[in-house]
Design a protein around this ligand. Sequence first.
Ligand code: AMP
Ligand code: GLY
Length: 425
Amino acid sequence: MKILLVGSGGREHALAWKIVQSPHCEKLYCAPGNGGMAQIAEVVPIEDTNISLLARFAEEKKIDLTVVGPEAPLALGIVDEFERRGLKIYGPNKKAAEIEKSKVFAKEFMARHRIPTGNFRVASTPEEALKILNSGEFEFPVVIKADGLAAGKGVMICSNIKRAEDAINEIMVRKKFGPAGDRVVIEEYLQGREMSFIVFTDGARVQPLVTTMDHKAAYDGDKGPNTGGMGAISPSPFITEKLFTQIMETIIFPTITRLLEEGRRFKGTLYAGLMITADGPKVLEYNCRFGDPETQVQMLRLESDLVEILMSVVNEDLLKEEIKWSSKTAGCVVLASAGYPGSYEKGKLIRGLEEAEKVPGLVIFHAGTSLVNGQYYTNGGRVLNVCTSEETLQQTMKKIYDSIPLINFEGMFYRKDIGAVKEAK
Ligand code: AMP
Ligand code: GLY
């Protein structure tokens, strides 16, 4: 099969790494790809949101399967366009992707169907938002979320009214996230342990991926601004059989079934960002795609053929046999550029990659890198993902943290506490 993978982050490098291991994959193209993906696939300089060009490329090259990594092309309707042209593509269509694109839609959907989530209100103007915030309905800290896509950065946790007013000002008045800030969700702050629960679904049946725990805050001790994710481990240390069943029954199955009933059949990867609270698991957000960096640890543990799973979803006949996963732990630490998730510089020379790649069992996925004349340079906020999989969490994290000092680039920073599991906050 000829396969086209859309995207350019660490998540896509991990998917590419797994796809090329499949005997079904005869040729892999990545658009636009990155420096790491260029080592294992042919990178094509087409932006991930240039849907018409991607579709034309797929037609010309007779691509048998296109796999979409990021949410932006999904929200723009890449799946609808490919399907209109009779091209096979993995991911939800525009109507189903709404579950990630609009936080307002997602919260109202959950409320409509009694899927557990925090209390919330929606505001369409700054005045309305301030009225809700001053009404005493929500205690502080309160969570304020821009309605649309903001690369995981449109969520602000505000400890007092002043901070909340500043957040409303940034999101709704100064439009830090553009039109994503036309509406906001004001939400109850949930306490507990975060867990990413991700499933493959053909819109009717479901096969869960192994659980993961993301580390969203930029700095150690869960301090600092929220990022797309600074590291992940799998399995989540907090999963139990009982909790697993509860999540499937109260969250995953109702979500898939209700979407189908509402005419939004969801085919692809459904990602439920959860908080495991004292009252049970509650949804923080949905994503309509694989997680980043969750995918990096999941692909390290996946033993089944990824291409077969993806094709079975596209064909609305999700794999009947259980997907096989390694019983080991996997970990991933993100090396980021100084300033991320705010503004950062690009084009810094990356040193030591070859040395690090010699460490047995260490896998380095590229997130924001470019390959120029045989040298790698930084090309994004999240630059590299240092990953491995060992018997225990402790062995996994030790190998990763022992290897990171081999690598360096100007301004490199990373969290030192990925996988250092603490009690619930
Ligand atoms: P989201 O993009 O909605 O998942 O939010 C990003 C991050 O903000 C989450 O991973 C949580 O760490 C935090 N967060 C979001 N909503 C809440 C909430 N209601 N209570 C506590 N933390 C939250
Ligand atoms: N790591 C969080 C996400 O992929 O949204």
